[in-house]
Design a protein around this ligand. Structure first.
Ligand code: SAM
Length: 226
C-alpha cells in the first residue's frame, strides 16, 4: 500500500492535516531532544521526512522502513536537504525483525508508524533490543481528543471529510479509508502507555499535540542491573 502512495505521500499529509503535520514533526524533534553525534533509529520512516526533523539537530539518523517505494522517494527528497542529508542513511528492514545489533542506538523513534505495524507490541520489544540501556523511545501517533464534543467533530472529519478530500487528491483513495479506520481503532494515550510498559520500557509518559489529535509517548530502556 505504501509503495503505491509514496510519490504523493508528503503532499497528502500536508493537505489532510492542513499543515499541522509540520508543527507536529518539529514538536516531536524537540521532545526527542537528539543531540549532535547521537545515533537515532527512525523506524517506519517512510519518505524520511520524519527522520530529517531529528537529523536537523546534528544526530546521525538511520531511516528504516520495509516499503522500498517509500525509501526510494525518500532518498531522492532527502538528498536535497543540504548538510542534514549527510546525516541520514536509508535501510530496508522489518520492524518485527530489525537488521541491527543489540543496543546499537541512543534513541529509537517511530512517527505515524506503530499503528501500521502488524504486531505493535512485538515491534516495541524489537525497538527495546536495539536501544542502549538508558536510551530513549519516542512514539508519535494519532490519538484521542479528551474533550468529547471536539472528539466527535474530529471523528466526523475522519470518516467523511478526509476520505472525500483523498478521493480528489490521492491516486489510491482507498489507502486513506484505511487511514481513518486505523486511527479509529488505535488505542488512546493511557492504553498505549500500558503497551509500551508491557514491552519492557520504563518512565513512560506522553504529551498531547493539537488537543490529543496526536500524542507523543516517550520512555527509557532501563539501565542494566549490576
Ligand atoms: C504513515 S507512514 C509514516 C512515515 C513517516 N514516519 C512519517 O512520519 O511520515 C507508515 C510507514 O510504516 C511502514 N511500515 C509499516 N509496517 C512496517 C514494518 N513492519 N516494518 C517497517 N516499516 C513498516 C510503512 O511502510 C510506511 O512507510
Amino acid at each position: 500500500m505504501f509503495d503505491a502512495l509514496a510519490v504523493r505521500y508528503d503532499l497528502l499529509n500536508d493537505i489532510l492535516s492542513m499543515g499541522q503535520v509540520r508543527l507536529w514533526r518539529r514538536a516531536v524533534a524537540r521532545i526527542a531532544g537528539a543531540r549532535a553525534g547521537e545515533r537515532v533509529l527512525d523506524l517506519a520512516a517512510g519518505t524520511g521526512t520524519s527522520t530529517l526533523a531529528f537529523a536537523a539537530s546534528g544526530a546521525n539518523c538511520v531511516a528504516c522502513d520495509f516499503s522500498l517505494g517509500m525509501l526510494q522517494v525518500g532518498k531522492a527528497q532527502v538528498s536535497k536537504a543540504g548538510a542534514t542529508a549527510g546525516r541520514v542513511s536509508f535501510v530496508g528492514g522489518d520492524a518485527l525483525r530489525l537488521p541491527f545489533r543489540d543496543r546499537a542506538f541512543d534513541a529509537v523513534t517511530i512517527s505515524f508508524g506503530l499503528r501500521n505495524v502488524a504486531g505493535a507490541r512485538d515491534a516495541l520489544a524489537e525497538m527495546l533490543r536495539v536501544t542502549r540501556p538508558g536510551g530513549r523511545l519516542v512514539v508519535c501517533e494519532f490519538s484521542t481528543i479528551a474533550v468529547a464534543p471536539l472528539d466527535m467533530l474530529y471523528r466526523r472529519y475522519l470518516t467523511s471529510v478526509l476520505p472525500a478530500v483523498a478521493r480528489r487528491a490521492a491516486r489510491n483513495p482507498e489507502a486513506y479509508e484505511y487511514l481513518s479506520e486505523s486511527i479509529a481503532d488505535w488505542p488512546g494515550q493511557r492504553e498505549l502507555a500500558g503497551l509500551i510498559r508491557a514491552a519492557g520500557w520504563s518512565a513512560v509518559r506522553w504529551r498531547d499535540l493539537s488537543l490529543g489529535v496526536v500524542a507523543v509517548h516517550v520512555a527509557r530502556r532501563p539501565e542494566d542491573r549490576a
